[in-house]
Design a protein. Sequence first.
Length: 96
Amino acid sequence: MYISVEKTIKTFKIISILEGISFLILLGIAMPLKYIWEMPQMVQIVGMAHGVLFLLYIAGAVYVSQLLNWSIKTLAIVVLCSILPFGPFYAEKKYL
């Protein structure tokens, strides 16, 4: 089955946005709930979702880099953006 490049990029953009949002929720809401108010439940839920989205983001970045013939430097920047708050939003706007 053939999947168009445009559809693949659109899917990666969605994953990128969701990964960025999950990271911000994890850092800005779940972690304070755990360490300030001793409510670790949200870290478990959001942490699992973020972990899955992080792995999808990395796999998607590698796949899209092959489709768009990114240099190793561009791929490295996009991958590094995954560990920075707001990084996936930057990568999505700049490279896609």
